[in-house]
Design a protein around this ligand. Structure first.
Ligand code: SF4
Ligand code: SF4
Length: 430
């Protein structure tokens, strides 16, 4: 696959060395060496492709020191998709990647729904019995693996049953059905944020949507693509699209920024090379991020009642703002909820440093990026932080608890669902 990246040379020629990619790269901001600059990654891709550089674990490490945040790609005036070069490199270098914890997570927890349910059960037991507390105190995991210890710190608390257990395969619209929606319930939302998934269903059904949530959904494949497991990603995408095709849905919605950007085809070119059927292109226009769907596609039901007065700030997930150009829509939702006051944070569109498993494999670097974000959040002095990505939620939640801050992380849809509930309770709507 890597040998089939013919565009690299042309892309390099297009680079005018303006440095815009460097100015927005969160990794370059911390490391400050040219080898960490986005344009150097394109150069590295070419060296590898032309066999002028031998693959080894040091090169793999350079390829892995990237958040795939797409800030560079979004900013480059020559249209160079740097993140796609990085993905191509990772696929080529995957056998030289020494991060076993990350690779194990991707090949087990994100493999299928059975594995995810098993992981949920284990995590629930581990956290509920107080074993996590003992493990944290003794630092025993650190003796086995530093990354395992990091994963243990980063994973959000698991409370209550997994979302897929609480959601039926078909949820009827409240009132007249206007549209049949396929809900892509992502792995992290399913396991760590089930209340978010329930809020999504609630809001969609309140807006005339019949919601289909296929039981056999698999991971969107982004963790696999990010780890160089391109063939696994292609097989998951094919499987998921088949399920939605069979269900005959009009659109596919996701409340996870990473899932929706992946489903919309961020890395289709790589997936087509691995056998993803061309027909999935027909789906592309049917896939929406939840915020966009609610504000730009349907006439949102505005029968809302006030929730208790709350101040919130909003963090832009890279996979919404850089990948899908979605910035105003989540803010529109927040501004619609009576009782909510939105306070903008400094650098809301800057990456939080989470990037899925990046926080595990590069904890120190990820923490430096997170520190800037937490300081910006602190300055807003708000009750809640909102964002539209479970990976960002986990990273932000980790930062907030590290700083002993009481603020919680929510998705805008959770506040919207609460306003619908308040309207029901006040008898405003039935
Ligand atoms: S922004 Fe694009 S054109 Fe400018 S230096 Fe970076 S890769 Fe080259
Ligand atoms: S995707 Fe993000 S982290 Fe990676 S090179 Fe581009 S700006 Fe830097």
């Amino acid at each position: 696959m890597f040998q089939q990246v013919p565009a690299v040379k042309d892309l390099l020629r297009k680079c005018v060395r303006c440095g815009k990619c460097r100015s927005v790269c969160p990794i370059f901001k911390e490391i400050k060496t040219e080898s960490a600059a986005p344009r150097s990654r394109v150069f590295l891709t070419q060296l590898l492709r032309d066999k002028e550089l031998e693959p080894d674990s040091a090169v793999a490490d350079r390829a892995n020191k990237c958040l795939l945040c797409k800030s560079c790609t979004a900013e480059c005036p020559s249209g160079i998709p740097v993140d796609q070069m990085v993905v191509a490199m990772r696929s080529y270098l995957k056998d030289y990647d020494n991060n076993t914890t990350k690779r194990r997570l991707v090949s087990t927890m994100f493999n299928d729904r059975k594995s995810l349910k098993r992981a949920h059960m284990l995590l629930q037991g581990y956290q509920a019995t107080g074993l996590k507390h003992i493990v944290n105190k003794t630092g025993v995991l650190g003796l086995i693996s530093k990354d395992l210890e990091t994963a243990n710190r980063l994973l959000a608390p698991v409370s209550g049953p997994i979302a897929s257990k609480q959601i039926t395969e078909k949820t009827p619209a409240a009132g007249k059905r206007q549209i049949k929606v396929g809900y892509f319930l992502g792995c992290a939302t399913n396991i760590f944020y089930p209340e978010r998934a329930l809020a999504t269903i609630e809001v969609l059904t309140k807006n005339g949507c019949e919601v289909v949530t296929p039981k056999d959904l698999q991971c969107c494949g982004l963790p696999h693509i990010a780890s160089g497991e391109t063939a696994a990603a292609a097989s998951k995408t094919t499987h998921n699209f088949n399920l939605f095709y069979q269900a005959g849905v009009d659109v596919i919605i996701s409340d996870c920024a990473s899932c929706s950007s992946m489903l919309q085809g961020d890395y289709y070119d790589q997936l087509f090379e691995q056998g993803l059927p061309e027909e999935v292109k027909h789906f592309k226009d049917k896939i929406f991020d939840l915020n966009k769907f609610l504000t730009d596609v349907i006439d949102l039901n505005e029968d809302l009642a006030a929730i208790p007065k709350t101040t919130v700030t909003y963090h832009d997930p890279c996979h919404l703002i850089n990948s899908q150009g979605i910035k105003d829509q989540p803010r529109k939702i927040l501004n619609l909820v009576p009782g909510v006051e939105l306070v903008e944070m400094e650098g809301a569109d800057q990456c939080c440093g989470g990037a899925g498993t990046f926080g595990i494999s590069h904890y120190d670097l990820s923490s430096k990026i997170l520190e800037r974000k937490i300081s910006a959040i602190k300055d807003t002095n708000t009750d809640f932080v909102t964002t539209a990505c479970p990976a960002c939620s986990m990273q932000l939640g980790h930062g907030l608890s590290k700083h002993h801050m009481n603020s919680q992380v929510k998705h805008p849809v959770e506040l919207l669902a609460a306003a619908y509930k308040a309207a029901e309770q006040t008898g405003k709507i039935s």
